[in-house]
Design a protein around this ligand. Structure first.
Ligand code: SF4
Length: 62
C-alpha cells in the first residue's frame, strides 16, 4: 500500500499523526507529511483509518 498527502489540502491539526505516528509526522509548520511512502506491514488499517478521519480528505492511499 502506498500513501501520500495532498499538501494543498492539509490544514494541520494532526489527526492522522495521532492515529498512525509511524507513517504520518508533523512538520515544524504544523502540517503533516508522510515519513514513508510505502506503508509498513501491519499498518495498512491504521493508515486507512487516518485517511477516513482526515477532515480535509487530504490523504490518499491505495
Ligand atoms: S488529518 Fe488531514 S488535515 Fe489533518 S494533519 Fe493529517 S493530512 Fe492534514
Amino acid at each position: 500500500m502506498k500513501v501520500s498527502i495532498d499538501t494543498d489540502r492539509c490544514r494541520g491539526f494532526g489527526v492522522c499523526v495521532s492515529l498512525c505516528p509511524e507513517v504520518f509526522v508533523l512538520t515544524d509548520y504544523g502540517y503533516s507529511e508522510v515519513a514513508v511512502e510505502e506503508v509498513p506491514p501491519g499498518l495498512e488499517e491504521a493508515v486507512a483509518e487516518a485517511a477516513e478521519a482526515c477532515p480535509e480528505r487530504a490523504i490518499e492511499c491505495n
